[in-house]
Design a protein around this ligand. Sequence first.
Ligand code: KG4
Ligand code: ZN
Length: 349
Amino acid sequence: MIILGIETSCDETGAALLKVNGTSLTLLSQSLASSLSLHAKTGGIIPEIAAREQVKYILPVIQEALKKGLNYTISKTPPAIDGIAVTYGPGLIGSLLVGVETAKTLSLLWNMPLYPVNHLYGHIYANWINKSDIPLPALALVVSGGHTDLVLMKSHTDITVLGGTRDDAAGEAFDKIGRLLNLPYPAGPVIASLAESGDKKAFVLPRPMIGSHDFDFSFSGLKTAVLTLIKKNNWDFSDPSFTKNNSQLLSDICASVQEAIIDVITKKTIAAAKKTQVKSILLGGGVSANNKLRERLEVATQTFLPETQLFIPERQFSTDNAAMIAAAAAMQQNTSTWQTLTANPELYF
Ligand code: KG4
Ligand code: ZN
């Protein structure tokens, strides 16, 4: 079967066609538009602007995915697909509504099943795309802009949360610290790239909750520590000439921040995997695009849990995309109808 996936939870507008053969999922085509460049200037997402951009892109993006994958042009005659999957939460309500209402309309027009997908499951199921089957039980770590969650997946229908963030998520910590350093939004990838030429031991930053005997996270203390460090030293990263003359300092802060976040995530993930004795560890969410995090988890899994397999999505499926939404629909097979489906911005596991 072929599923059309639609993702509009935040600032990316995505559509993708996924070929489904049992648990084998292959990407046929995808199209992704982003309003990120608009948000880079404002240092964060303005929901109203994100929603307006979703309206602008949604039909062209769906059209492009269908054209690339099936040489189909949108009309009343349905394309050769078997269902439409759409993110219905969590996310920004204005952005979510654009995808949900479009998916409902197409499902009505083409008389086709509608699969509502929880965006967080999408990040987990990104691991199945273009890969062989993944052994369960698995421990999933979702690290995105709004979430840092450790989830135990005994089966595709038995999923429990082991822990989550008590305040800022890992991606949010990267983004907020980036703002303190006057870096563009989203700051995660910028901090990662500046960190490459930095000394990760330059500054001793806190590793919040690293020793707590649970699987919860907290990153707001790290942000406060960076703010205190900046204030104490009177560093002014809002002044372009200060930043230019102190590029090594900036790289050192970025490397130290990244190291602190990775230390906490790695330690908690390995501890949770040990405790639950899972066969696989799955990574997902935008922060899983981080090279150093990928490397560190690979080494830690091989060292401490050699029997456990680590799965990391292809980088294009780490950050928000529509293929992962089609993947979650294919694996979970939850259906709805255009009459009943509503967006839910507060959705959790
Ligand atoms: O999953 P995602 O694309 O959107 C949400 O569902 O939130 O995640 C976005 C988050 C942002 O906070 C961004 O800074 C972070 O992922 N991110 C990264 C990297 N690429 C994206 N963080 C660290 N290193 C990266 N390479
Ligand atoms: Zn996401």
